[in-house]
Write a protein that binds this ligand. Structure first.
Ligand SMILES: C[S@@+](CC[C@H](N)C(=O)[O-])C[C@H]1O[C@@H](n2cnc3c(N)ncnc32)[C@H](O)[C@@H]1O
Length: 413
């Protein structure tokens, strides 16, 4: 809470003590962009028409009281232009983020007897991030998924829910940040709300890439970008991602795009925490894979779900999934990957495709590691479960291969 409210009050203090020299021009441009007449703005701000006219024409300098009243009108977005250097600051490396410790834990797990490896580790080391980046920009993946996401519809819905107040977008597990940035650009075309972008990722390498992508596209539009190094499971320890300063009413949108949702360790646990962090009205936009057959029909799943049918992951996943094993397991001679169906999932009706690695070692028996789970959800049951945790489904759109392999859910707290 402290970091964010400090930023907000700093801006306000800065505006009051040091209004920009072109304040009149700025006020007029922002008023027109917000579709307000002079009379409407005067009424909203509780100032006279003459005061607004004089300020816009640069005939008078604004008093602290007028500035405070104008700054409180969100549609004018005055606070976002006060400090352009804010584009460069507001990057967080929180106490909870400890990649050294995570890497040591990964090495200990991979050199242990086998079993489940935390999925997050797959993205941790730089080569893993490079491999994920290559995979997520692969032509077939891009054509089947990334390019199909209904960004305009999502942007329209967020704009509608915001009703003109400022919007903070949290891209959780942002990867290279392309989808998140594209969505914010669409949103900026459809709202006069003040926008701010927060990007969180466990991978330093991917977060740096996302920051570059976002700042290049969003800074020219006056949208600040704040990179946050961290684990989304620790969201409650990252107040910059959820704080609602009392003085400024804003909408938070928690975004989980491109299959990031499938990386959540325990969905009910996570959404309980997220509900505690969110304020009423905040949104979660979730991109989730869908079941290809009912969970009690494994025979049908094996026939209809290509990832299970193939019995091993597609070649484009090979480097990403096996790379950390080759790099971190002592005496690793070879890695063979296979997929298995599991119905042991916390969300009713869902199943996961488990990617197991058989690791052949020098002088030791083979070890089995569960390295990655791809989750498929029954959308109705997922919605029911989220509702019981405080998240109501407002809208959903199916997309992806066959227009049904994935769904975007807009949830409201
Ligand atoms: C499947 S990718 C999706 C990336 C991006 N949102 C997109 O649409 O392409 C998942 C991303 O989440 C990140 N990630 C995985 N587990 C995480 C965690 N526990 N906390 C934060 N980020 C995580 C990974 O580093 C990766 O960038």
């Amino acid at each position: 809470m402290d970091a964010f409210s400090e930023t907000a009050s700093l801006d306000e203090a800065q505006l009051l003590s040091n209004p920009p020299p072109n304040f009149g021009y700025l006020l007029r441009t922002r008023r027109e962009e917000a579709g307000l007449t002079i009379a409407a703005l005067a009424a909203k701000a509780g100032l006279s028409r003459n005061t607004i006219v004089n300020l816009e024409q640069g005939l008078t300098t604004p008093s602290p009281q007028s500035l405070r009243r104008l700054a409180s009108i969100k549609a004018l977005r005055l606070l976002s232009v006060v400090n352009p250097e804010r584009q460069q600051i507001g990057s967080w490396c929180t106490f909870a983020y400890d990649p050294l410790a995570m890497t040591r834990l990964m090495e200990a797990a991979l050199n242990g007897p086998g079993g489940q490896v935390d999925q997050t580790y797959l993205y941790l080391d730089p080569k893993s991030a490079v491999d994920w980046h290559a995979l997520s920009n692969n032509e077939s993946y891009t054509l089947s998924y990334r390019s199909q996401v209904p960004l305009i519809k999502i942007a329209e819905r967020i704009a509608k829910e915001a009703k003109g107040i400022g919007i903070d977008i949290d891209g959780l597990g942002c990867g290279d940040g392309k989808t998140e940035t594209e969505l914010i650009l669409r949103l900026a075309e459809r709202t006069t709300s003040d926008l701010q972008c927060y990007l969180l990722d466990i991978s330093h390498v991917l977060l740096a890439e996302a920051y570059r992508t976002a700042i290049n596209a969003l800074a020219p539009k006056g949208i600040p970008v704040h990179p946050v190094h961290g684990d989304f499971h620790d969201i409650a320890r990252n107040p910059m991602l959820y704080a609602h300063p009392e003085t400024i009413q804003r909408l938070r949108v928690f975004l989980m795009m491109g299959g990031t949702f499938g990386n959540i360790r325990d969905e009910p646990w996570f959404f309980r925490d997220l509900a505690a962090c969110a304020a009423p009205g905040d949104l979660a936009v979730l991109d989730v894979g869908t079941v290809r057959a009912p969970v009690d029909r494994p025979d049908q799943i094996s026939q209809l779900d290509p990832a299970i049918k193939a019995k091993k992951p597609a070649d484009i996943y090979h480097n990403f999934l096996s790379g950390p094993l080759y790099r971190h397991i002592q005496g690793c001679k070879s890695v063979r990957l296979r997929t298995e169906l599991s119905v042991h999932c916390p969300i009713p009706g869902s199943y996961s495709i488990e990617n197991w690695a058989n690791v052949e070692k020098d002088y030791e028996p083979d070890r089995q590691f569960l390295v990655w789970r791809v989750k498929r959800y029954d959308v109705t049951k997922l919605s029911e479960c989220l509702l019981s945790l405080g998240w109501k489904t407002l809208q959903s759109w199916q997309y992806g291969p066959d227009k049904s392999a994935a769904v975007i859910l807009v949830q409201r707290q």
